[in-house]
Design a protein around this ligand. Sequence first.
Ligand code: GUE
Length: 294
Amino acid sequence: MELLDGKKVSNQIKTEIAAEVAKMRDRGEKVPHLAAVIVGSDGASLTYVGSKVRSCQQIGFESTLVQLPSTTSEQELLKKIEELNQDADIDGFIVQLPLPEQINEQRVLLAIDPDKDVDGFHPTNFGKMALDMSTFIPATPFGILELLERYKVETQGKHTVVIGRSHIVGRPMSILMGRKGWPGNSTVTLTHSHTKNITQIISQADIVISALGVPNFLKAEMVKDGAVIIDVGITRVPDETKEKGYYITGDVDFENVSKKASFITPVPGGVGPMTIAMLLKNTLLARERHRSKK
Ligand SMILES: Nc1nc(=O)c2c([nH]1)NC[C@@H]1CN(c3ccc(C(=O)N[C@@H](CCC(=O)O)C(=O)O)cc3)C=[N+]21
């Protein structure tokens, strides 16, 4: 079994990006500027956004954190988005999901300028991704592809089973793994809450990508010997004996599944850190595209 070490690879990627930024600075060019909008004060969301901003500082990006109260109206958020769209200094921005219930997520995603949509959630960018056009690939799926590539995991002709059809992970992942080229050229099954015989389908998978959010869902007896296991689930389990009052666990029974797997991602330290690295990569890409437009 080989560990797909997202923490290590994400640090490599950040070092690579930092070198690019240093060159930009040396040439007297503007450096990439990422903004993150967060509505409300959900603990997990604040942690993620916080580490996005910290990573920006590490690698020499400019960053702006826009924190809005949980009572923010949809109109107020749309106004903020329009400001960020118009702000020539901002290369890319994200609106952290989930949003409070008074705000319609679809209207928000539609309002983001596709050229600044470094999450790749705007329908224009999602459509481009599905059509193999150059775009921003959503950070979590992008991070998984990058891990498969850097560890030279064979995906071509393999049966990939994706568990979960969320807009930010399962759905795009199912499209990307089936695209031409490598990592891709896979035969993809997208499973979800209405899938019948899900355990039987999973047992046929060469590659399992679990994006469910159910701790211990994937057990050793469910997977084929030598399968590649990608664990996208992140659940915080309250535990007073831990320093933070909780621990983080994925969808996979790591201890037992890792004995059968050829490659496996840990949680924490797997897909999570890769998500942040690829968001930074998309922001670098956004800066380069804006530069060559002018
Ligand atoms: N507009 C938007 N874009 C996103 O990309 C987005 C989002 N909304 N909403 C929530 C999800 C989730 N997400 C994570 C990012 C990093 C870690 C991460 O770094 N995890 C650490 C543990 C961090 C911890 O919880 O302490 C790890 O797995 O090692 C996890 C999850 C981005 N998301």
